[in-house]
Design a protein around this ligand. Structure first.
Ligand code: G3P
Ligand code: CA
Length: 363
């Protein structure tokens, strides 16, 4: 979903600025102290175990992540599920267990299945079907169908993290993302309200609690800030995720009879945006190439402006797999160090929490 042409151009211009980037990564120009920057386990330790499995969350916890991420969607019977996107078919055997239950677009939507049905599915590493066979997206990761995992509910995952917090004496945070609020609204479901109520039930309600609540949908985040949280007596830290418009990440309903249109994110990358976002959020979650000037490879205005507006900056997603480290960096660690030290981010979403913690702790 995230490789259309314009995105490839953006990332390639970032990569082409290699010489400038290497110059900037010299010690003289690094920020002196970014050792407090966060390590956010992206879908768990997903470089090692299937994303969003409880095993991947426990591993991320053991690897020392500061926060563990949960992407959240709803089932037909309103259970909150920890799944990256509204579909079941990229990580489960839903097509085998429930043939004929796909929508016209060929996808199996979690929102069309009950929790009891979803619990019958086996979950695995991300795959797509090529010539009828499952092909792993990241071939060197945990093998598909070599072990059995289950889709978890948000409650199951919060119980795991809070249980580990008790047994280890640590206080590791959570980083839930409300996925596709418009899709849920179209099915008569208020996913944001449901997630907030669940978080409150688990004791997350104040700004000082170890939770960041994230969403790509700016209108929904504003609604959470100005309507839902005040109504529920909550005041969580909110993070505005930033997508490329062409990804079609957030579809907005249009005038009656017209197809929904992708929300236009361009304004969020322009000077002045941080002040506007700071009116309703405590941080931004950009795609990492957005923070670097396409031509020079130097950090652009975004981190500086965000900090001036009082916003934290947590870019996504740092992966160590083959082909995922931009070529101007010697290795994953140098790539991370550049973003922590030179770009000056306040945390990163990473699939490899162990290596990220080690690097961050060395800063
Ligand atoms: O939420 C931060 C990052 O996870 C955003 O991208 O698609 O992996 O949820 P995605
Ligand atoms: Ca996410």
């Amino acid at each position: 979903m995230r490789t259309p042409l314009a995105s490839l151009l953006l990332i390639s211009t970032f990569l082409m600025a290699s010489l400038a980037a290497q110059v900037m990564a010299s010690p003289k120009q690094t920020h002196a102290n970014n050792s407090k920057a966060l390590v956010i386990a992206h879908r768990g330790a997903s470089g090692y175990l299937p994303e969003h499995s409880l095993a991947a969350k426990a591993l991320a916890y053991g690897m020392g992540a500061d926060y563990i991420e949960q992407d959240v969607v709803m089932s037909k019977d309103n259970a909150l599920l920890v799944l990256h996107d509204p579909y079941l078919d990229r990580v489960t055997n839903v097509a085998e267990i429930f043939p004929g239950r796909a929508r016209e677009d060929g996808r199996y939507y979690a929102i069309d299945f009950t929790l009891a049905e979803i619990k019958q599915l086996e979950m695995t590493e991300i795959f797509e079907r090529k010539d009828g066979k499952p092909k792993q997206k990241y071939p060197e990761r945990f093998p598909v169908w070599k072990s059995s995992f289950k889709v978890s509910t948000l409650a199951e995952e919060l119980e795991l993290i809070q249980g580990l917090n008790q047994s280890t004496g640590k206080n590791i945070g959570i980083y839930p993302e409300i996925k596709a609020p418009a899709l849920h609204r179209a099915a008569g479901k208020d996913i944001s309200l449901a997630v907030l109520k669940e978080l409150k039930k688990f004791g997350y309600s104040k700004a000082s609690d170890k939770v960041f609540l994230q969403c790509f949908d700016a209108h929904e985040l504003q609604r959470i800030n100005s309507k839902l949280m005040p109504k529920l007596g909550m005041d969580l830290k909110l993070v505005q995720l930033i997508a490329m418009t062409e990804w079609g990440e957030t579809l907005r309903n249009n005038a009656m009879g017209l197809k929904p249109e992708p929300y236009n994110y361009d304004w969020m990358m322009k000077p002045g945006a941080a002040q506007k976002i700071a009116e309703y959020a405590e941080g931004i979650g950009p795609w990492f190439p957005m923070l670097v000037d396409r031509n020079t490879g130097k950090p652009n205005h975004m981190v500086q402006e965000a900090h001036q507006a009082g916003l934290l900056v947590h870019p996504y997603t740092f992966r160590a797999d083959k082909g995922q480290v931009p070529p101007q960096f010697k290795n994953f660690e140098e790539y991370l160090a550049y973003f922590y030290n030179v770009v000056g981010v306040d945390g990163v979403f990473t699939d490899f929490p162990d290596r990220t913690v080690k690097l961050r702790d060395s800063l």
